[in-house]
Write a protein that binds this ligand. Structure first.
Ligand code: ASP
Length: 432
């Protein structure tokens, strides 16, 4: 009975969010096309939709740091056996890397077949470079400060665990490392001594869930506001101008989301894919409207536990790792974009260079921050690495947000498919 009620409530929440999404999108499109007074629309965006959307987003992101730390440390402590932890960890990381590589490969096959870059008219290219050139140059500046290489690896082990989080863009990989170490420490010490900290972490976990429940009450309005802010500003003409690029991307994302994930869920989690997608609808909607894996993480954990019956220790371990490290949609986006821009600039990338694109897209997707447009600085690094002009990013910036919404759906769906697989491989029967 209680379960039935929870299910009904879950469904109502999901329906409400969906309605918020549709209402926000329609209101945004109508205002974009027909709002006569541009300054009045700007006021609505500035004083209503932007702040409301931001408050909702911040409310979700606010709990991410304590949640990642508490759920990972607890997950590891609850697994208890370091051998089992090693096995699960290895399977999780391999799954992330292999499935992400599959995603990029799908993207590359499509972009080589459709060749959207050859079809971009010269004048559209010039116009886009002029319009978004400034923004692209600024992003290039940011990318130049973003270290990616051996230093990224060294940085995963921080000197000061507090400095990792006490900055505007927390270093999630380092946070994960600290949390894992704390969990391992809790496993190794005297269990009587470990208990107070375990209780505290459990309380932190529960508090974050309680806060998320409050935030999710705001979700229908927050989602409506976020979508309104995007659609009311969006240059729909751009979607047409970049039509073939957008279509190639969407086909790739759909193939991975519906094709690859269905096969993986069927084969590895032994679960009906249709039922799976139905159960994770709220997660997909939250990802779509927030464009952020991090902001979606609390919902991902809740849904994986409540709807699929994945035990907290597995969710707590796999999902925080996934939100940061497993980005299938992002990797596919990077691969398609690098090749598309190469085509636009008439650069033929050899098979070897394309292999570098695959490897770099997978690695940078691991390093990308789970926030809106988190992957752009890293995409610039990949472009430079294979000799495609990074300024070219200007060509796609105008449609990035809408593509970001779509790729983030894959990023989080991929995390749950992995959690379902790990649960299954550890002998857990998923909730029917
Ligand atoms: N927005 C994506 C995420 O949070 C990252 C990106 O592709 O920019 O998963």
């Amino acid at each position: 009975m209680a379960q039935e009620q929870a299910g009904l409530r879950g469904m109502a929440r999901h329906t409400k969010i969906f309605i918020g999404l549709i209402v926000g999108a329609i209101a945004g499109v109508i205002s974009n096309k027909f709002f006569i007074d541009a300054s009045a629309l700007a006021m609505v965006q500035k004083y209503l939709s932007d702040p409301l959307g931001k408050i909702f987003l911040n409310m979700l992101i606010m709990v991410v740091i304590p949640l990642v730390f508490a759920s990972l440390a607890l997950g590891v402590a609850q697994i208890g056996d370091l051998k089992q932890l090693g096995r699960m960890g290895l399977r999780t990381i391999l799954y992330f890397l292999i499935v992400t590589a599959i995603a990029v490969t799908i993207g590359l096959v499509l972009v080589n077949t459709i060749r959207p870059g050859d079809q971009l008219p010269q004048e559209t290219k010039e116009k886009l470079l002029a319009t978004y050139g400034q923004q692209a140059a600024e992003l290039k500046g940011t990318a130049e400060q973003t270290e990616f290489g051996i230093q990224t690896l060294v940085g995963v082990v921080p000197r000061n665990p507090f400095a990792v989080v006490a900055r505007p863009n927390p270093d999630m990989l380092a946070l994960i490392f600290v949390a894992l170490m704390a969990g391992v420490g809790l496993t190794l010490i005297n269990q009587e001594r470990a208990q107070p900290l375990i209780r505290l972490l459990e309380a932190v976990n529960d508090i974050t869930v309680a806060i998320i429940n409050i935030a999710m009450k705001l979700a229908p309005y927050g989602v409506a506001a976020l979508i309104f802010s995007v659609t009311s500003r969006f240059g729909f003409d751009l979607l047409v101008a970049l039509g073939m690029y957008v279509i190639t991307m969407l086909i790739g994302l759909l193939l991975h989301q519906l094709g690859a994930f269905s096969i993986l869920v069927r084969l590895f989690a032994r679960y009906n894919p249709l039922k799976f997608f139905k159960k994770v609808e709220t997660v997909m909607l939250t990802a779509f409207s927030t464009s952020s894996s991090n902001a979606t993480l609390p919902t991902t954990i809740m849904v994986a536990q409540e709807n699929l019956g994945i035990p907290p220790k597995i969710c707590g371990f796999v999902l925080p790792l996934g939100a940061t490290m497993n980005m299938n949609g992002t990797a596919l986006f990077e691969g398609v974009t690098v090749l598309f821009l190469a085509q636009v600039f008439g650069i033929e990338l050899s098979l070897g260079a394309q292999l570098i694109v695959v490897i770099m897209s997978v690695l940078t997707a691991v390093g990308a921050a789970g926030v809106p447009s988190g992957s752009i600085p890293l995409l610039i690094i990949v472009l430079q690495m294979v000799g495609v002009p990074a300024e070219g990013i200007a060509i796609i910036l105008g449609v990035d947000r809408i593509l970001d919404m779509c790729r983030t759906v894959l990023n989080v769906t991929g995390d749950i498919t992995c959690a379902a697989y790990i649960a299954r491989s550890e002998g857990v029967a998923l909730k029917a």
